[in-house]
Design a protein around this ligand. Structure first.
Ligand code: SAH
Length: 272
């Protein structure tokens, strides 16, 4: 790969890293987040139902990163923001009642860079007042908590964006170094391949959120057809199943097989 091709490939890697801000109430935080992102080489900003759209104050705080702000997409739900993502990591300033697989900020950066070689990946930030809801957190594969002062653990939104974007950049720079080393020693030239937790070329890809959500809907429908869950209160069962399958992280082939199994269960249930 030439230097130019290599640079392009590395840029597209960071272009696959998406910062999602959910229901932000103060648009100055959006401006500061845009600045934090650009300093770390990130540009993909998605605003989910912002309470205050970015205005002049947001632009002032974005400083030289008004391009990131101007190119931000606005959507109405978190599901829309992440539907094409193969990895979604939610941030949380505090522990939640429903334990979920947790990552350290360093591990979060490594995982995002490793998987951004394959599909868009998202880092999701919550409301200034109350963070992310449980439903929103359940749409994420992992949660990450910045290990702040336990007596005062809640960072300003944009500063949390800065801290975690820095971790993404650190892993990205490491993966360039590794690529350089591989090139100079002649040991392969695939970007990001050596980063921690990357799936090998022979492995199946993980499904994107849209496919996983269709699987959960199918699962719920099948369990209703067998009577395992009633029409009215599917809530807790589905949350627990989400947690189980999220932990196992089935790949595309495995999800396909599960869909086949569910279809056969539905057929058997309707026969009886
Ligand atoms: N009062 C809220 C905190 C909101 S801070 C709560 O109790 O959840 C706004 C956002 O900044 C959070 O939703 C999260 O996205 C991010 N954030 C703040 N502190 C964080 C920390 N220690 N670790 C990870 N994310 C953090």
């Amino acid at each position: 790969m030439s230097d130019l091709e290599n640079n392009k490939a590395m840029n597209s890697l960071l272009d696959n890293v998406r910062i999602v801000l959910v229901n932000t109430s103060d648009c100055r935080n959006i401006g500061s987040a845009a600045r934090a992102m650009k300093t770390m080489g990130l540009s993909q900003l998605i605003l989910v139902d912002p309470i205050e759209m970015p205005n002049g104050q947001a632009q002032a705080l974005a400083a030289g990163a008004t391009d990131v702000l101007a190119n931000a997409s606005v959507v109405s739900t978190l599901s829309e923001a992440i539907e094409d993502c193969g990895l979604v990591i939610g941030t949380s300033a505090r522990s939640r009642t429903l334990p979920w697989p947790m990552l350290e900020p360093r591990g979060c950066g490594e995982k995002m860079v490793a998987e951004a070689t394959q599909y868009p990946v998202a880092l999701v930030f919550g409301r200034e007042s109350s963070g992310l809801t449980n439903d929103e957190l359940q749409l994420c594969h992992f949660h990450v908590q910045i290990p702040a002062n336990p007596d005062y653990s809640s960072l300003n939104l944009a500063m949390a964006v800065q801290t975690l974007s820095y971790e993404v950049r650190t892993s990205y720079l490491l993966s360039i170094d590794e690529t350089e080393q591989e090139r100079s020693t002649g040991n392969g030239n695939y970007i990001g391949k050596k980063t921690v937790n990357a799936k090998s070329d022979d492995d199946e890809l993980y499904p994107v959120t849209e496919e996983t959500e269709r699987f959960y809907q199918h699962f719920e429908k099948a369990l209703m057809s067998t009577g395992f869950i009633g029409d009215k209160h599917p809530g807790l069962v589905m949350t627990k199943l989400r947690r189980l399958f999220n932990r196992a992280r089935p790949d595309v082939k495995e999800i396909k097989m599960m869909r086949g199994i569910l279809a056969s269960i539905e057929r058997a249930a309707t026969k009886n």
